[in-house]
Design a protein around this ligand. Structure first.
Ligand code: ATP
Length: 223
């Protein structure tokens, strides 16, 4: 579903963020991505969503070779990938409903279909009663859930999450991880960047480890 073959990324300023990284994530897998701050986790996720382009190597996502994908097809690729960000990136002058509806509005869905899908996504993350609220009135954990609802509202086959539990206490963090697990259990391929090692271990899933842009580990839990 997501294949990296000798992928490198050098930012224009000359920083080598990823160095010849290779791995393959199968359809329906749930995988964690860990490593120290600056190891390249965010960069790796951004390459999959084509927010950044790799400088060498090959990336194949959902059967598409990203190097060959022309710019005009990027919106179509993005519709098949849900992504949550470290800092939520919610619109604070819009309601929870409007925030989650945004990808559907952009994709040109009809009003009624938008209502149905937004409600379903909010229900899945346990926030149906907050649809009229503004994000500023929600807790950090609830804001993260709104970001997750927005990421899944299109029903993407791939879900990418960048530090989804960054500022949350351990109980809330576990709840958020369990939410990702639920999406994975219905077939979504999930890749989560996180440095919460204890939490990752307790989840018992495959883990990719980055160190200074190099993939130094690809571990499977013991069964
Ligand atoms: N837009 C950019 N331009 C230049 N350098 C960048 C850019 N984004 C990231 N970098 C550099 O690339 C390296 C990898 O950064 P990245 O954000 O991918 O790491 P990370 O593992 O996600 O770190 P963190 O856990 O702190 O978010 C860092 O040295 C960073 O400074």
């Amino acid at each position: 579903m997501i294949t990296f073959n000798q992928v490198s990324k050098r930012y224009p300023e000359g920083h080598q963020a990823l160095n010849q990284v290779s791995f393959n994530i199968k359809r329906g897998e749930m995988v964690f991505l860990t490593g120290h701050s600056g190891a390249g986790k965010t960069t790796l996720l951004r390459l999959i969503a084509l927010i950044e382009r790799n400088t060498s190597g090959q990336i194949v996502v959902n059967g598409q070779n990203l190097s060959r994908l022309s710019t005009e097809y990027i919106p179509y690729l993005r519709r098949r990938i849900g992504m949550t960000f470290q800092e939520h990136r919610l619109l604070f002058d819009r309601t929870v409903f409007d925030n989650v509806a945004l990808p559907l509005v952009i994709a040109g869905y009809r009003h009624q279909e938008i209502r149905r899908r937004v409600r379903a996504a909010l229900d899945k993350v346990g926030l149906l009663n907050k649809e009229k609220s503004y994000p500023i009135t929600l807790s950090g954990g609830q804001q993260q859930r709104v970001g997750i609802a927005r990421a899944v509202v299109n029903k993407p086959p791939i879900l990418l999450a960048d530090e989804p539990t960054g500022n949350l206490d351990p109980n809330l963090a576990k709840e958020i991880m369990n939410l990702f697990l639920q999406f994975n259990q219905v077939g979504v391929t999930v890749l989560i960047a996180s440095h919460a090692l204890g939490l990752i271990k307790s989840m018992g899933h495959r883990t990719l480890i980055l160190q200074q842009g190099n993939l130094i580990g690809d571990t499977y839990p013991r069964r």
